[in-house]
Design a protein around this ligand. Structure first.
Ligand code: NDP
Length: 253
């Protein structure tokens, strides 16, 4: 059974893999055997995660990557080919929060959030596709949000971008299923990361979230590892177009 989840010899590219949820998934994939391309902007943080990967006995390579730049995405995919000779798994995790009341949101905010969270996700899939097609298989894991499922008066561009992640995932899944490429999304609940620091320290918001979460706690980045390994491995070869909440029951309550 364990071989179904074995990622030995596989290579994963994780955008935003240098912190938070991306790091949690990258380390989880590495524990299952994968080598990792860490693609994010902060080179110090990139290098630190590569060290952690090496400590796990895996190979890691850091690529400075701003997902807003298509050339950077191309460089990250190229690095997988040059360093490891293959790319099996793409985790589209890089994301930014952003919002405000709808009537006050600037178009700059709208464009930056939509570009980072949705457009760049599509571009990364386009850029990775030739390697997946040549291999006759590939795994794409897109990171959505509870706001993929629910609206919010406070984070409208974020919500719109994350809603788009779901339809992007389903559409790519149907387009590429016959080529052996599975495209799925993970919808994390409230997870302890830099992005949620402000929420976690805001007592009334924190209490509301805990009350709404059946598991009664925030998730930690490592809580995403199991779903990541499942969707990256042979265990999910007949699973595509799925949106999987990893949220302590938040979406169900
Ligand atoms: P963090 O802020 O901790 O991490 C964000 C990551 O994205 C960093 O690694 C950052 O690296 C990277 N990133 C941001 N912008 C860019 C960019 N333009 N180019 C490349 N990398 C970028 O957030 P989380 O770990 O919490 O978030 C990760 C994903 O999970 C996001 O898509 C987020 O929307 C989603 N999510 C988070 C939830 C939570 O509760 N934390 C809940 C639901 C979804 P760098 O700055 O070095 O580029």
């Amino acid at each position: 059974m364990s071989s179904l989840f074995d990622l030995s010899g596989r290579v994963a590219l994780v955008t935003g893999g240098n912190g938070g949820i991306g790091r949690g998934i990258a380390l989880g994939l590495a524990q299952a055997g994968a080598d990792i391309v860490v693609a994010a902007r902060n080179e110090t943080k990139n290098a630190a995660v590569v060290e952690e990967l090496r400590a796990l006995g895996r190979r890691g390579v850091a690529v400075p990557c701003d997902v807003l730049e298509r050339a950077d995405l191309e460089a990250a995919v190229r690095a997988a080919g040059e360093e490891f000779g293959r790319l099996d798994i793409l985790v589209n995790n890089a994301g930014v929060a952003g919002g405000g009341r709808p009537e006050e949101i600037s178009m700059e905010t709208w464009s930056r959030v939509l570009h980072t969270n949705l457009t760049a996700m599509f571009e990364a899939c386009q850029v990775a596709y030739p390697m997946f097609k040549a291999a006759g298989r590939g795994k794409v894991i897109n990171i959505g949000s509870e706001y993929s499922l629910f609206g919010s008066p406070r984070v409208l561009p974020y919500s719109a971008s994350k809603g788009g992640v779901v339809q992007l995932t389903k559409s790519l899944a149907t387009a590429w299923a016959r080529e052996g490429i599975q495209v799925n999304a993970i919808v994390p609940g409230w997870i302890t990361t830099e992005m949620t620091q402000g929420v976690k320290t805001n007592e009334s918001m924190y209490d509301q979230i805990i009350a709404r979460t059946p598991a009664g706690r925030f998730g930690e980045p490592e809580d995403l590892a199991g779903a990541g390994v499942f969707l990256a491995s042979a265990a999910s070869d007949f699973v595509t177009g799925v949106v999987l909440p990893v949220d302590g029951g938040y979406a169900a309550s």
